[in-house]
Design a protein around this ligand. Structure first.
Ligand SMILES: [Zn+2]
Length: 187
């Protein structure tokens, strides 16, 4: 993800920026090797099942798993092409509008989650486990005698609450800006 200065400076979000964001989202689910597949797809606009692993250096079952996911999101659509007049290849074509919609959907969902977190954290006294960093409300901490359920460490009140809330609010603002930028540039 870009930092705020980059976003602010950019008058438009380039296609490369957008693909970079899409790659990082998909890599979180399917690992870094999905980057190679998306790089290939964006460069060539389609990938053929028959040459998938040699084109992308991804094992074909792994590649198919990623393609299935992309297909569920309509980011790739199945097609067939004929090469050299006779050989038929089963291909997956990149659907850029769906890719853009996918990025916006994921960013919006991340923003919603952060909004909930922000509401929760600004309303409640927060306790934190120094060991595993899990967060507890006062009620949950009380029920557990102020010990972590998972590792038995003594819970400590989160004193940097204001800082946490500020960081959350800033992150939400950044996401909001990014979503608007994408919508302006691509819709
Ligand atoms: Zn813990």
């Amino acid at each position: 993800m870009q930092n705020r200065d980059d976003v602010t400076k950019a008058t438009d979000l380039s296609e490369d920026d957008l693909i970079k964001i899409a790659k990082s989202i998909i890599a979180k689910i399917y690992g870094e090797s999905s980057n190679d597949l998306l790089t290939y797809l964006t460069k060539n606009e389609y990938v053929a099942e028959e040459t998938l692993s040699q084109d992308t250096n991804i094992k074909s079952n792994e590649g198919r798993r990623i393609l299935q996911y992309l297909s569920d999101e309509a980011i790739v659509v199945p097609d067939k092409i004929r090469v050299n007049g006779r050989t038929v290849l089963h291909i997956w074509r990149l659907n850029k509008p769906a890719l853009i919609a996918f990025v916006i959907k994921k960013l919006r969902r991340a923003k919603e989650k952060l909004n909930l977190r922000l509401k929760f954290e600004s309303k409640n006294t927060i306790y934190k486990c120094p060991q595993c960093k899990r967060i507890y409300t006062l009620e949950d901490a009380y029920v557990n005698d102020f010990y972590c359920q998972h590792d038995g460490s003594l819970l400590i009140e989160e004193v940097d609450k204001e800082k946490r809330v500020k960081v959350l609010a800033e992150t939400i603002e950044k996401l909001d800006y990014l979503i608007k930028k994408i919508e302006q540039s691509w819709y």
